[in-house]
Design a protein around this ligand. Structure first.
Ligand SMILES: Nc1ncnc2c1ncn2[C@@H]1O[C@H](COP(=O)(O)OP(=O)(O)OP(=O)(O)O)[C@@H](O)[C@H]1O
Ligand SMILES: [Mg+2]
Length: 356
């Protein structure tokens, strides 16, 4: 296994007005599982294809272990990619699909048999080795694709949304399966997803990509607790962070208040004057009688989830969500007071960047 290092990786497709990836610098440590997270079109697949050598980097460098692979053809990079749509050979059996890359590399017959049967055991495919892909379920097909990658014992694994075609319970089963593989193989893995829950649960670290740019890298806890900008704040968390647009003004007693919609929020910022974005997660919003809060709001939507209820609020034109425990006796149209836990405030400037 090896580290994967990207330095100022930029990819502009022929004829494209803007680069799909812009100066992406990222170091994936040897044996690390790093999740590349971002919305559709942000450049996730492009990044993986550049690492695998399926697309050529326009600028920048890619290193795998000690080797600069930037200009090497895919076959010499020694990485295995697993795709969303499985990409199995339909006319080959499961056994032949898994063995294919080893046959091409002229690995001795005995060794192929050994590796294929070990992978099949590991992935619960031992009974299915003589079937063809058309005779498998989606989950089984993706296991075959995983098997095909692990028999190669590559320097790094690249996963491009491998579970997004599967239904939720199967997805979570295969998610644990991949985590198990990661632990057992001590493998370097880059796992692409647009699903922030998947990112939070799988990644040792998460790299958040938006519009081809890296916005933040950190452990799931770091990214959740201290998002680098408004985009990351809103994207990570379900639902994401509330970001209220407001205007700060200093107050005589010290500190400042921020007026956002109908809310007047005292904050510890010294003498803040001007526009500001105030971030607060739904779990740090509570309801009170209308006269007791920082201001009043109207209930727009009530979403009972069983153990918790999400209440969407309109506070004088600023919308926010409260996550409250249990099932609540509130109704759409009710007026309530809003309280915010000031120990968990985040401040961003007008451009969306985090203020210290
Ligand atoms: N072969 C190509 N030629 C031109 N533009 C491309 C090509 N492949 C991707 N793009 C563009 O590059 C950008 C990034 O695409 P990419 O496929 O990397 O996004 P993604 O993050 O993987 O999205 P998704 O979550 O939808 O898979 C998009 O704007 C896309 O339209
Ligand atoms: Mg993609």
């Amino acid at each position: 296994m090896a580290s994967v290092i990207l330095r100022n990786l930029t990819k502009t497709f022929d004829g494209a007005a803007r680069p799909a990836l812009r100066e992406l610098s990222l170091e994936v440590r040897d044996g690390e599982l790093l999740v590349l997270l971002g919305p559709s079109g942000c450049g996730k697949t492009t990044a993986l294809r550049c690492i695998a050598g399926l697309d050529e980097a326009t600028e920048g460098e890619i290193h795998i272990g000690e080797r600069d692979v930037t200009r090497l053809p895919p076959a010499e990079r020694d990485v295995a990619m697993v795709f969303q749509n499985y990409a199995l050979y339909p006319h080959l059996t499961v056994r032949e699909n898994i063995a294919f890359a080893l046959e091409v590399r002229r690995v001795p017959r005995k060794e192929i048999l050994r590796r294929v049967s070990e992978a099949a055991q590991r992935l619960g495919l031992a009974e299915l080795l003589e079937r063809r892909p058309a005779q498998l379920s989606g989950g089984q097909r993706q296991r075959v694709a995983l098997g095909r990658a692990i028999v190669r014992a590559p320097q790094a694994f690249l996963f491009d949304e491998p579970l997004s075609n599967l239904e939720a319970p199967l997805r979570s089963e295969l998610r644990s399966e991949i985590l198990k593989l990661h632990r057992a193989l001590g493998a370097t893995m880059i796992y692409v997803t647009h699903d922030q829950v998947e990112a939070m649960t799988m990644g040792q670290r998460i790299a958040v990509l938006y519009e081809g740019r890296l916005r933040q890298v950190g452990t799931p806890a770091e990214v959740y607790a201290r998002p680098a900008d408004v985009f990351v704040a809103r994207f990570v968390g379900s639902p994401g962070m509330n970001v209220l647009h407001g205007r700060g003004r200093p107050v005589e007693e010290g500190g400042s208040v921020i007026e956002c919609g109908s809310l007047t929020v005292p904050v510890a910022l010294e003498h803040y004057e001007g526009e500001i974005e105030l971030g607060v997660r739904p779990e740090h919003v509570t309801l009170s009688p209308p006269e007791k809060g920082l201001g009043s709001a109207e209930i727009l939507i009530v979403e009972p989830h069983g153990p918790e209820t999400l209440v969407h609020l309109d506070a004088g034109g600023q919308t926010l969500v409260a996550r409250l425990p249990g099932l609540l006796e509130v109704r759409v149209g009710d007026r309530v007071g809003v309280k915010l836990d000031k120990r968990h405030f985040h401040f961003f400037d007008a451009s969306g960047a985090r203020l210290a």
